[in-house]
Structure formats: structure tokens, C-alpha cells
Design a binder for this molecule. Structure first.
Ligand code: PA5
Length: 341
């Protein structure tokens, strides 16, 4: 995939939500029942949608949503569990293994994939398969991967208002992309400003538990995969109980760190106070502290508005380094090596 293609996919994110909404999700009636838990199982770009739905459900659902990023499913799953097996390629070995365990334990399973073995096996086992458009990098297909999860939970009555929130998200992102797209140059373009600031530095992204934590995780993964650069993330209030103590030494490493704080006006008031105090504590130790503000009303619009700035910033950082953001050769190499007998 070329640089231009990645730029095209970044631009097209809002339309991913609307196209899946228009297409709709039609579940077979057997799924309409009570569940004691919901497990989203997947890895990497396919798992992050699980974290978005997990944190979204924390605000809305009476049933716990858990994300599983492993070969093995948690011991608690049983016939009262709904398992959403998500793999963009449909061929990720951990997801196939977790799928098998869920099927063996009698859980209700829905596969979300563009095809591959997961689509074939789930279909043969009699489970619904939500097919999404293929041919993108999984991280460029986040709208296609997340929207079905939200629509499935809404369809099953586990959450309400998802379609409305996704439509708002698309509107917020359409406005935001006008400000951060490649035609808008530094310094008007916030994503370009951040990319320049974190170039040759160590970005550390901080979010808040249950609200912006997944956006911080997304920023980290996008910098890793698009820019081929290290990045780390953590959350308030937890980081105030350990990470904050680690800003003493080594001075030369700390002076290379850029702290990016993802802010949401609905963060707990004490979290907002913690952010202000923490800024003052570390200000003189690090290269810079940057804040990015969420936009929109709904949890989803706030999440995606923060994540979208990170998507573009990681794209511009790749360009600053002279790197094509698209390929992830090390991931492909690992998958090939692991597939060998
Ligand atoms: O971004 C990537 O390419 C990875 O993080 C993949 O999403 C991950 O390896 C899992 O693959 P898939 O999404 O096809 O299940």
C-alpha cells in the first residue's frame, strides 16, 4: 500500500461508519437472549475496536464487556457468554484459537472479518459472520471493525444510542479532517505540529481510565505501526501511583520525552486536577507537554476525535522520517515464522 492510499484511508474514516450503518446488521434470532458477559477476542488493529466498545459499554451497558488478546479464552466463558471474534484478515492464529475455545464451550459467537479462515469456520459452525470490506491495513479499517460491534450490541438491546453516536462521530470527524488533512500546513495543522514535536523524541501518551484510555492506546499503536517509532501510554489516575515517580533519572532520556495528554471535559474532576498538578511536577524534566482536546458530545465522538489527531500525527511523523506508513514488515515476518511447522 502506498503513502497516498494511507492518506486516502485516513480521510475516509468517517464514511466507514456511515457505510456500515447504511448496510445495517442483520442477526439471526437465536442471538436475542440474555448474556452474563461479552468477550471481544482479537489482536492489534482488530482488538482496539474491542477496547472502544469495552469503554463505551462501561458508560451504557449492564453486562460486562471484556477484551481478550490471546490464544486462550478466559476460564469464565460458557453458554451464557457472547463472543465477538474479530480479525480483519480472518487468519490471525490467536483469534482462531480463541474462537475454537468459545465454540467448544458453547458460547454464542459472531465473527467480524473481511474473510479468511475465520469466516469459513464460523460459517460452517453455523454462526453469523459480519463481512466487512477487505484490502486495507487493519488499523486503517477501524471504522469498519468497530461499527459492527456497536451495532450488534444495540441490535441485541445491550446498549442504546449507538447509531446516533456514530452519526455524530462521522460529523465531528468530517469537520476535524478539514483542519488536519495534508493540504493544511504547519503550524495551522495540529497533527503536523505534534509530528514535528515528537520527531527524534520519545512520545508518551496519557489518557484517563474508562474515558480516553483507548485513545491513548490507539495513539501509541499508530506511532508504532505507521511511524515505525517507539511510543508508550498510560492512564490517570493510575500513573499518579507509580509512573510519576520515575521522572528523576536519567536526565538525558527524560529531556527527550514529549508527554501528550488527551483531555476530555467529562474526565472525573479529580482526574482533571491530577492532570494540572502532574503537568507542574514534570514540566522542567521533559522536552515538552502537549494537550489534545476531545470534540463532540458523545463518548464515541470524543474518542474518535482524539484518536483521529493521533492517526494523522503518526502519518506525518512517518513522512518526517521519510518512511512509508503502510507496511508492517515485522508483523508479517512474525506471522510467517509462526506459521512454519
Ligand atoms: O495492524 C496490524 O496489521 C496488526 O495489528 C493486525 O491487526 C494484527 O496482527 C491482527 O491481524 P488481523 O487484524 O488481521 O486479525
Amino acid at each position: 500500500m502506498t503513502v497516498e492510499k494511507m492518506a486516502e484511508y485516513l480521510w475516509g474514516l468517517p464514511e466507514q461508519f456511515t457505510s456500515i450503518i447504511e448496510q445495517g446488521i442483520k442477526l439471526t434470532p437465536k442471538y436475542r437472549r440474555q448474556y452474563s458477559n461479552i468477550v471481544v477476542t482479537g489482536l492489534g488493529g482488530s482488538a482496539i475496536g474491542g477496547d472502544i466498545i469495552r469503554t463505551y459499554a462501561l458508560q451504557k451497558a449492564q453486562v460486562p464487556v471484556i477484551v481478550n488478546r490471546d490464544y486462550d479464552m478466559p476460564a469464565f466463558i460458557n453458554s451464557d457468554s457472547l463472543v465477538l471474534a474479530v480479525s480483519y484478515s480472518g487468519n490471525t492464529e490467536e483469534t482462531l484459537s480463541a474462537y475454537q475455545q468459545a465454540n467448544d464451550k458453547g458460547s454464542s459467537v459472531i465473527a467480524v472479518t473481511s474473510g479468511g479462515k475465520l469466516a469459513d469456520i464460523a460459517d460452517k459452525d453455523g454462526w453469523d459472520v459480519v463481512k466487512i470490506p477487505g484490502g486495507l491495513a487493519p488499523r486503517a479499517a477501524t471504522g469498519y471493525l468497530f461499527t459492527p460491534l456497536a451495532l450488534i450490541l444495540e441490535e441485541l438491546g445491550i446498549i442504546q444510542g449507538a447509531v446516533h453516536d456514530l452519526q455524530e462521530t462521522a460529523q465531528v470527524l468530517k469537520k476535524l479532517r478539514q483542519e488536519i488533512q495534508p493540504d493544511i500546513d504547519w503550524p495551522q495543522n495540529q497533527a503536523r505540529v505534534i509530528a514535528r514535536e515528537i520527531k527524534n523524541s520519545l512520545p508518551v501518551i496519557w489518557g484517563s481510565s474508562a474515558r480516553t484510555e483507548t485513545a491513548a492506546m490507539r495513539w501509541k499503536a499508530q506511532i508504532n505501526e505507521n511511524s515505525k517509532a517507539p511510543a508508550y501510554c498510560n492512564n490517570f489516575p493510575e500513573l499518579n501511583h507509580n509512573e510519576i515517580v520515575g521522572f528523576g533519572m536519567p536526565k538525558d532520556l527524560l529531556s527527550q520525552m514529549v508527554i501528550i495528554i488527551l483531555r476530555d471535559p467529562q474526565d472525573h474532576p479529580q482526574v482533571q486536577k491530577r492532570i494540572e498538578i502532574t503537568r507542574d511536577v514534570i514540566r522542567s524534566q521533559v522536552k515538552n507537554i502537549i494537550e489534545v482536546q476531545s470534540r463532540g458530545e458523545s463518548f464515541l465522538a470524543k474518542f474518535y476525535s482524539l484518536a483521529y489527531v493521533g492517526d494523522y500525527a503518526s502519518f506525518y511523523l512517518a513522512l518526517e522520517y521519510g518512511i512509508n506508513p503502510s507496511p508492517v514488515e515485522v508483523i508479517d515476518f512474525l506471522k510467517r515464522e509462526l506459521a512454519k511447522d
